[in-house]
Design a protein around this ligand. Structure first.
Ligand code: CA
Length: 231
């Protein structure tokens, strides 16, 4: 049974989310304060974190950064779904850059949130199940160990960036549309997420390419999407 931590200061929302998750077969714990939530997840690492953006004492982005900086892989790779208000588009994208894997805008339907949780947990399972090592000129990616190195140096990738990279490399030489990437890498198929893929691609190029403005490994296929060069 997967265990989910909810860090959300609005009591009604937190309880409502917890009730739906429990009905879907998960265990859920609620924290209403940012710093206390971070302490709780360090003490008892959950399988997934639902994180509100605006919180007392420590906000969602700071918590995200702290989790990604953890040495324990279980925490550093923890799937995070961030809750944001509709007006906070810029914050959403910043959240992706800070290592959130997905976001849900308020108001949201519990059904939608549960579907995202299920998709995220499925994706995590896929990422940690055995699969072959992927290589491309000095880049070595081990999907099972959730590790990537470039010329022997470990790469610092968020879980979403890692998933996008593995999906592209698995399909090397093949153009994938943004929606195919979202579906295969991020595990969901809803519309309107194209910009989040572009953010991940930009980050990957910055981390992997010699010249991110003239990418050689991760190519743009005009009018379609992206392709990893033929290996
Ligand atoms: Ca809040």
């Amino acid at each position: 049974m997967s265990h989910i931590l909810i860090i959300e200061d609005e009591q009604k929302i937190a309880q409502w989310v917890a009730a739906y998750l429990e009905r879907a077969g998960y265990t859920a714990v609620i924290c209403r304060d940012g710093a206390a939530g971070l302490a709780q997840l360090r003490h008892q690492p959950p399988d997934l974190l639902i994180l509100d953006l605006n919180l007392p004492s420590m906000d969602g982005l700071a918590i995200c950064q702290a989790v990604r900086a953890e040495k324990r892989p279980r925490l550093a790779n923890l799937p995070i779904i961030m809750l944001t208000a509709r007006v906070e588009e810029a914050d959403k994208l910043a959240g992706l850059g800070q290592g959130a894997d997905d976001y849900v805008t308020k108001p949201f339907s519990p059904k939608e949130l549960v579907a995202r949780v299920q998709a995220m947990l499925r994706r995590q399972e896929r990422l940690t199940s055995p699969s072959p090592i992927l290589e491309d000129e000095g880049l070595v990616v081990n999907p099972a160990a959730h590790q990537a190195t470039l010329h022997g140096r470990p790469l610092d990738l968020t879980p979403s960036e890692f998933a996008v990279l593995v999906t592209l490399m698995h399909n090397s030489g093949r153009a994938l549309s943004r929606s195919q990437l979202i579906e295969q890498a991020l595990g969901h198929d809803y519309e309107g997420q194209e910009r989040s893929i572009d953010v991940h691609i930009r980050q990957l190029r910055r981390k992997l390419e010699t010249n991110p403005n003239q990418p050689e490994r991760l190519q743009t296929v005009f009018g379609i999407g992206y392709r990893w060069r033929e290996s």
